[in-house]
Design a protein around this ligand. Structure first.
Ligand SMILES: Cc1cc2nc3c(=O)[nH]c(=O)nc-3n(C[C@H](O)[C@H](O)[C@H](O)COP(=O)(O)OP(=O)(O)OC[C@H]3O[C@@H](n4cnc5c(N)ncnc54)[C@H](O)[C@@H]3O)c2cc1C
Length: 465
């Protein structure tokens, strides 16, 4: 048996003789960036992948709510709240003011009986695991990474995986919002219920989320198992795996015929682990195989399937908050659509066929997750159990043709795009996909009649001229 590192090492010999596509691409992109006119003011802002950039007139970070209110009253518009900049869509870019809650973070209060906690919305998810454990709590579920800020994660309906588990905003019990005109609004299911429905997933268009009450669960050990298997075998078992594990997701590895399955379940076992692999190394390996063997799909599949078929199962037992999130060091751009669960695997087959017929440059695994239905107005999981499919493209490579080829497949199956991930939809499309669209836009209009929080992208999303 092999581990991924040995597999990588074995392949390095092939690569030594091959020319580096990445070097050429990097040089071309450096040229393009050099030709972009330099803005004269402000400190440039860019998102995690660099696909979104702007030079705002100002960047502000209030120290308390009073300062935030004063800023909202005095700052020229537009104003855009920012979290950790991990969204791929143009939700944040503005030539006005970018506002961060980085100074408003941490746990405010908690209730040991209900396992609810009040958290300042500027908290990074990665800063919450240990303090929550110390007060006897853990988040119900978590996304792939924990770099996001709580408010940013909620605004785009960030999710993990688990057929019986909702996305992150489903655990919000109450929230505090400071509206664009500086009014403090407290809301929950009974008080200011419409604002609550709209603000749990808001795209940062309703004002500044300052504090959130989350429903948590008791801290627990989680057992993660990851193993490689033939893609067809995985497809046959995917529904069963989704229903019989607390968390189940899988990745199809393009041009390999193989998939990586990943499950999490509660356990009483003490912490232990097999040799831990770095997922970033796996992606690097796939890129190298693409560079060396992309000219021969047959050879590429042979090498990948043989090597991967011999990789050991990985088992890691530790606190859930440590076990869910991993580091993503290989940067990419991403499109993710949320499909009615019953269409997910059919759509995935079509995506695989499209890639393997027309896009030999693609090497990033396709990620497939399961999320339970909810009742939040702008949640892509609104009233439907979901299979989410995500395609990625290395950040130095042009993602557009690939994403444009895959998006019609997502749309054919009534997919709703992740609010933070690339898509081409406009207001008319969203109105058709979201039964509560008009309710949301009415609340947005009431809270922000002058459009202080609208940037060009949000104007397109909401159909505001
Ligand atoms: C490597 C990587 C892995 C990812 N993994 C996952 C995953 O597993 N699951 C998933 O669902 N998504 C995932 N995402 C997407 C990511 O979770 C979302 O895009 C999320 O919104 C990013 O949070 P952020 O703090 O970076 O917010 P930003 O991207 O900075 O902002 C997102 C939105 O939040 C708004 N906002 C921020 N702060 C406030 C505030 N205080 N009040 C009101 N609005 C506010 C912004 O205006 C914007 O509209 C991933 C992204 C990357 C780059």
């Amino acid at each position: 048996m092999l581990n991924r590192r040995h597999f990588l090492g074995g392949l390095a010999g092939i690569g030594a003789a091959a020319p580096s596509v990445a070097l050429v691409t990097r040089a071309l992109i450096a040229d393009a960036v050099a030709q972009t006119p330099t803005a004269k003011r402000g400190i440039a802002w860019r998102n995690w992948s660099g696909v979104q950039q702007c030079t705002p007139a100002a960047r502000v970070a209030p120290a308390d709510i009073a300062e935030l209110q004063e800023l909202l009253a005095s700052t020229p518009t537009p104003i855009r709240p920012v979290g950790a900049g991990h969204s791929f869509t143009a939700l944040v870019p503005t030539d006005g003011t970018i506002l961060s809650l980085s100074r408003l973070s941490g746990i405010v209060a908690h209730d040991p009986d209900t396992l609810q906690v009040e958290i300042r919305a500027g908290s990074r998810l990665s800063d919450l695991g240990a303090p929550l454990e110390a007060i006897g709590q853990a988040m119900v579920n978590m996304p792939d990474i924990d770099e996001q800020v709580l408010a940013g994660a909620l605004a785009t309906c960030t999710h993990g995986t688990g057929a019986g588990l909702g996305a992150m905003p489903t655990t919000v019990e109450a929230l505090q919002l400071v509206s664009p005109n500086g009014e403090i609004i407290e809301c929950d299911r009974d008080n200011n219920a419409e604002v609550f429905q709209a603000a749990r997933v808001s795209l940062g268009a309703l004002g500044v989320l300052t504090q959130v009450r989350l429903q948590n669960i008791a801290p627990h050990q989680s057992r993660r198992e990851s193993w490689i298997l033939p893609f067809e075998e995985l497809l046959e078992n995917a529904d069963h795996l989704a229903d019989s594990n607390r968390n189940f997701e899988f990745y199809y590895i393009p041009f390999s015929g193989m998939a990586l399955a990943d499950t999490h379940n509660f356990t009483d076992e003490p912490a232990h682990s097999t040799e831990r692999e770095d997922p970033n190394e796996m992606v690097e390996l796939l890129r190298q195989v693409r560079d060396w063997l992309g000219w021969s799909p047959w050879l590429r599949e042979k090498v990948l399937s043989t090597g991967m078929g011999r990789i050991d199962k990985e088992v890691v037992v530790e606190s859930s908050w440590r076990n869910y999130a991993s580091e993503r060091n290989v940067r990419f751009n991403e499109m993710e659509y949320h499909l009615p669960r019953e269409y997910g695997l059919q759509a995935l087959r079509e995506i695989r066929d499209t890639i393997e017929k027309n896009y030999p440059d693609v090497f990033f695994p396709i990620e497939v997750r399961y999320v339970a239905a909810d009742d939040i107005w702008l949640s892509p999981f609104y009233q439907r159990d979901t299979c989410s499919i995500a395609v990625h493209r290395y950040y130095e490579e042009d993602h557009r043709a690939y994403f444009e080829a895959v998006e019609p497949i997502f749309r054919k199956y009534q997919g709703r795009p992740h609010w933070g991930k690339l898509n081409s939809l406009t207001a008319a499309d969203f109105a058709g996909l979201y039964p509560q669209w008009q309710q949301f836009t009415r609340v947005r209009q009431q809270l922000d009649p002058d459009g202080k929080f609208l940037n060009p992208y949000l104007k397109r999303v909401f159909g505001v001229s």
